[in-house]
Design a protein around this ligand. Structure first.
Ligand code: SF4
Length: 377
């Protein structure tokens, strides 16, 4: 029987005979024409993959938040990973993080990390910073689409051309920028240390400040400097309007307004206190007020309520005029994505050694100057 084969039998072979079907795996019978075997095998493989993904999707959909939490904690231990979470992350992610903090605190935690894997629950430039400071570690970001409007507003080639027009200026960049911009900078700052770093520089030092014109403008006003500002904004903080804050204030006249310096100048003008995320937390910890109006991203309310459950925190949502105080980039990270990221060890932040070296120099300078100025230990 010239055409007798153990498997597949000729009854299951497709009538169509392709002249060019490649072999998907090594098995084939020498006793039947090669394309029939290959065709059947491809069908089987596709069916198997389809079934596998259906089962996977159904399994994921069936996992409860509690199961995600348990799996994340198990994988974290099994893989010797550390989870760094920004204050603007979803509350359930902050609750699972080993360290929760603002950009500066998390940059320090990333530098000190000894775990094999750093899972950065924040946005892309933050995970990039963690990689720059700890290049030998694997750095993961649960959602690679988690970008930042400030980082997007300042692209490397445009900024390099701007810098070239002002060769006598030193470049200070807010940490909310891409590695390309960091590599073009002399010094990095955060909203927590920007004022002190700028004050520590000689009065006649000409400075370009990028990419946030609101933070740069605020530093110009409080220090009396005249830094040249790149025209970028955080779309979340810039969209918050003073009118909405004043309406809340009219109903709650005893509530002080605290605002992040990324907010627009009109809003900052009606604030009783302006400070970084960490400074705002310090403020509410010591406050005697029963109510506080908060003008920054809403993720911070988790930490504020944890620190001061006795205070009522009011936001622009209470005015119902704006739901703009949520950063959609920050909220892209979810429990499910965090679980998948730990399980699959991707998406991973990958950078060339040259880029790491160039972007690291101004960050290390910031950390060194911050220690000298007593901002950090
Ligand atoms: S809140 Fe603003 S600065 Fe922060 S990540 Fe979102 S867009 Fe960027």
């Amino acid at each position: 029987m010239a055409h007798m084969v153990p498997y597949p039998s000729s009854a299951f072979v497709f009538p169509y005979r392709s002249p060019t079907v490649p072999l998907p795996f090594p098995y084939h019978s020498p006793t039947i024409p090669l394309p029939y075997t290959a065709r059947f095998s491809l069908f089987g493989l596709r069916f198997a993959f389809f079934s596998y993904f259906c089962i996977l999707i159904l399994n994921l959909r069936d996992m409860t938040d509690q199961q995600y939490r348990e799996e994340i904690l198990r994988l974290k231990q099994e893989k010797n990973a550390v989870i760094l979470g920004h204050y603007y992350q979803r509350h359930e992610i902050q609750a699972l993080s080993d360290h929760v903090g603002d950009s500066l605190a998390l940059a320090q935690r990333a530098q000190e990390a000894t775990a094999d894997i750093i899972v950065f629950c924040g946005v892309h430039f933050m995970a990039e910073t963690a990689k720059i400071l700890n290049p030998q570690r694997k750095v993961l970001l649960p959602d690679m689409e988690a970008s930042c409007s400030l980082a997007e507003s300042c692209q490397g080639p445009d900024f390099a051309a701007f810098k070239a027009q002002h060769p006598d200026h030193m470049v200070i960049s807010y940490i909310n920028c891409s590695a390309d911009i960091k590599a073009l900078s002399d010094l990095i700052c955060t909203s927590g240390n920007a004022e002190k770093l700028v004050r520590s520089l000689p009065e006649d030092q000409k400075i370009i400040f990028a990419p946030d014109r609101n933070l740069g403008g605020y530093i110009n006003r409080v220090t009396g400097r005249n830094m040249l500002l790149w025209d970028g904004v955080c779309t979340v903080h810039d969209a918050m309007q003073a009118e909405g804050i004043l309406k809340i204030k009219a109903t709650h006249p005893d509530a002080p307004v605290i605002a992040h310096p990324e907010c627009n100048p009109a809003l900052l003008a009606v604030a009783d206190f302006i400070g970084s995320t960490k400074a705002m937390l310090n403020y509410i910890e010591k406050s005697d007020s029963r109510k506080i109006i908060v003008a920054t991203e809403t993720g911070i309310l988790y930490e504020m309520r944890r620190l001061r459950p006795d205070i009522e925190f009011l936001t622009l949502r209470d005015d119902k005029s704006c739901a703009c105080d949520d950063c959609t980039y920050m909220k892209l990270n979810t429990l499910e994505k965090l679980y998948l990221c730990l399980r699959d060890e991707q998406p991973e932040i990958l950078m060339t050694p040259d880029m790491i070296e160039a972007a690291k120099r101004p960050i290390v300078r910031m950390l060194d100057m911050s220690k000298q100025l007593g901002i950090i230990k």
